[in-house]
Design a protein around this ligand. Structure first.
Ligand code: ZN
Ligand code: ZN
Length: 271
C-alpha cells in the first residue's frame, strides 16, 4: 500500500488502504483545509506529474523546487561541504533524478527541518540516504509518520556539521528553527530561515507570523526575542522558504529593522 500525502500541505501519512479522514496539519489554524475538503495523493501519482528543478544559489548551495508547484511550494536547500552534504527543509517529491543527482554529489550527511509544514516526506529522504533528520522536540506532536531516522533535539542550539548550527527561534511553531551557515555568503555567514523568519516581497525586509495563510501575527515580545537571538550571530544573507526570496546582503540589519517596525506597528495607537 502506498503512503498518503496531503495535497494541500505535502505532509505524508502512514500507508493505509484509504486516505486518513483528515489532515491534522491542515486542520490547525496555521494551515487551512480547501473548500472541498482534503485532497490526497501518493508518491507515484506525484512523480507522474511533477519534476524537481535545481538552481545554484551560491557556491555550495543548491535550491531544489518542485514544478509545477505542489502543496505549500517551499524549496529544499542542499548545502555542500567537505564534511558532507546537508539538506535544509524538505519537499514531498523525491524523484529518481533528484535521488541520483544527490548520490553523485555524495549523498546526505543529515537533514534538518525548520518546522512541521516542511516535514513532508522526510522519512523517505532519510531512508534513501541513510541519514538522520533533526527536528526540534518541541514540535513532536506534529510528526504524523514516526520513523527511527527522526532525531528530536532539545535546547536552543545544535551544531549538526562544522559551521552549521541549528538555532531554535520559536514563533510560528514552538520548535521553529533556522540554520546558521558560517561559511555562507563567501564567509560572511548566512541564515537559512524557512518561514520562521520570512523573507518579504521587498527583499530587504523580513517578517514573522503565527499563521501565514490566515495572516495572524506574533506578539511583540516574541518578535523582539527572535531578533535578539539572531542579533548574536554574524550573517549577511538570509535564504527564505520560497524561490527568489533571499536577502542577499545586510541580513543582520534587515532583521533588526523589520522587527523594530513590526513591534512599532503592533503597539501604535493609530486609528
Ligand atoms: Zn495537510
Ligand atoms: Zn509554516
Amino acid at each position: 500500500m502506498p503512503i498518503q500525502i496531503c495535497s494541500t500541505c505535502g505532509t505524508s501519512y502512514p500507508d493505509t488502504p484509504v486516505p486518513p479522514s483528515h489532515c491534522r496539519i491542515c486542520r490547525d489554524e496555521r494551515q487551512f483545509v480547501p473548500p472541498g475538503g482534503e485532497v490526497w495523493t501518493t508518491p507515484e501519482k506525484l512523480a507522474s506529474g511533477h519534476v524537481n528543478a535545481w538552481r545554484l544559489l551560491e557556491n555550495g548551495l543548491f535550491e531544489i523546487h518542485t514544478h509545477p508547484q505542489f502543496a505549500i511550494g517551499q524549496r529544499a536547500l542542499l548545502l555542500r561541504t567537505a564534511q558532507g552534504n546537508v539538506l535544509w527543509d524538505c519537499i514531498a517529491l523525491l524523484d529518481d533524478a533528484t535521488e541520483q543527482l544527490i548520490r553523485v554529489l555524495g549523498g546526505l550527511r543529515a537533514i534538518a527541518i525548520s518546522h512541521p509544514h516542511y516535514y513532508t516526506c522526510m522519512q523517505d529522504w532519510a531512508r534513501s540516504f541513510n541519514c538522520p533528520v533533526h527536528l526540534h522536540a518541541a514540535d513532536s506532536e506534529w510528526i504524523m509518520r514516526p520513523d527511527p531516522a527522526l532525531c528530536r533535539w532539545e535546547g536552543e542550539t545544535l551544531e549538526i556539521a562544522p559551521g552549521m548550527t541549528l538555532l531554535r527561534l520559536g514563533g510560528h511553531f514552538a520548535g521553529g528553527t533556522v540554520l546558521h551557515w558560517a561559511d555562507g555568503a563567501e564567509g560572511r555567514g548566512a541564515i537559512l530561515s524557512g518561514d520562521i523568519v520570512q523573507v518579504a516581497a521587498d527583499l530587504s525586509r523580513v517578517s514573522f507570523l503565527w499563521s501565514y495563510p490566515n495572516m495572524m501575527p506574533l506578539s511583540a515580545h516574541t518578535v523582539r526575542r527572535i531578533a535578539e537571538t539572531l542579533g548574536c550571530r554574524e550573517f549577511d544573507r538570509i535564504y527564505g522558504a520560497f524561490p527568489g526570496r533571499q536577502v542577499t546582503s545586510g541580513g543582520v540589519h534587515a532583521v533588526e529593522q523589520s522587527a523594530a517596525r513590526y513591534v512599532e506597528l503592533l503597539s501604535s495607537q493609530q486609528p
